[in-house]
Design a protein around this ligand. Structure first.
Ligand code: AHM
Ligand code: MG
Length: 335
């Protein structure tokens, strides 16, 4: 049987053999993976660990935090602050940026994360996850400021997510394709289980929260309406629908067997561009999907080309199988 390749070995080879990642970035990714392992343990304990339910606080987006949102945020900060690989962090669960304390050495990277994505699924035992994106800080001696994080997704040097589902799986890109690692609980390590992931260019599966249909814009309504007409409609084939309400789980399915995922702008809050956040949800997922041969847009523009103006900026998201994403995007330009 072929020898299994651990995440550590994979990263060492990416560093040594391919020269793709510097040692500080390798360390960073190992530390993020370690943090995800401990979040996975907390998720698995569920009610036995007292981690379910709601906390008493709200985050900057005005959402009531779950206990696990806060626990996962703390785990990621504590794991990452002392290693010397980071200068600062930003999270869905923190208003401003978190500077690495002065007592620790400062590194050259910036880490952004949604510590626990799919929070509404925590208490009902459905897949949830952690999403992360890594940027480089500007090359100068001044302290890091929030503005240093406002880089387009094209500047990411690593991105990924860890899904806590029937298996715990870490999915990663450093710009050389997408690799998946499954947590081997007996060994306590992530093991490479899939490399060079490819998303089929065509699909018969879409993911969208249909309960928002009446609030959508015309191009999205038109696309979904055509899918719903199935074989008898202009698409000439039947479509299937899936909506897990955890972006990690929906994107994981798309990376595994194709599909298109949408959380579009809608009229409920017309001043907000969408529900999902650009910097720690859409950008990392957009890059993973592109690295697997798919596409990611906001209907008008490639997600990764958007110049962020705020840390917690929201964005409309259409991602997945290339031909479907291009179709939805083209509907936006014809209206
Ligand atoms: P969260 O980061 O607070 O968990 O919110 C993001 C989640 C996504 O994972 C998911 O796609 C979406 O919100 C679900 O929204 P809805 O509740 O409208 O189905
Ligand atoms: Mg989220």
């Amino acid at each position: 049987m072929a020898k299994s390749i651990s995440l550590t070995r994979y990263l060492v080879e990416q560093q040594r053999v391919d020269g793709l990642i510097p040692s500080q970035l390798r360390l960073l990714l190992e530390v993020v993976a370690r943090a995800c392992k401990s979040i996975s343990h907390a998720v698995n304990k569920g009610a036995l660990g007292g981690v379910l339910g709601t906390a008493t606080s709200e985050n900057v987006q005005g959402e009531i935090q779950k206990k696990l949102d806060i626990i996962a945020n703390e785990v990621l900060i504590e794991a990452n602050e002392w290693g010397g690989h980071l200068a600062a962090m930003a999270s869905e669960e923190m208003d401003g940026i978190y500077l690495v304390p002065n007592r620790y050495p400062q590194g050259e990277y910036l880490l952004l994360f949604d510590p626990l994505d799919g929070s509404s699924n925590i208490d009902v035992n459905v897949s949830i996850g952690t999403i992360f994106s890594v940027l480089k800080k500007p090359d100068d001696d001044r302290g890091v400021e929030e503005g240093d994080f406002l880089q387009p997704g094209t500047q990411q040097v690593a991105a990924g997510y860890c899904i806590y589902g029937p298996q715990t799986t870490l999915v990663l890109t450093v710009g050389d394709g997408v690799a998946m690692f499954t947590l081997d609980r007996e060994q306590g390590s992530f093991v490479l289980t899939e490399e060079n992931i490819r998303i089929p260019e065509d699909t018969k599966e879409f993911a969208i929260n249909m309960s928002n249909m009446r609030h959508w814009d015309e191009p999205v309504k038109r696309y979904i309406d055509e899918c719903l007409q199935g074989k008898e409609g202009p698409r000439g084939k039947d479509f299937n629908m899936r909506w897990i309400a955890s972006m990690v789980a929906d994107v994981h399915r798309i990376l595994t067997r194709g599909g298109v995922f949408m959380y579009p702008w809608d009229k409920r809050e017309p001043n907000k561009p969408g529900k999902l956040r650009l910097m720690y949800e859409a950008n990392p997922m957009g890059w993973l999907v592109e690295q697997a041969g798919g596409a990611a847009t906001n209907g008008k523009q490639r997600i990764m080309d958007i110049q962020p103006t705020q840390l917690h900026e929201r964005v409309s998201v259409i991602l997945g199988s290339k031909n479907e994403v291009e179709r939805v995007t083209s509907y936006h330009s014809t209206i």
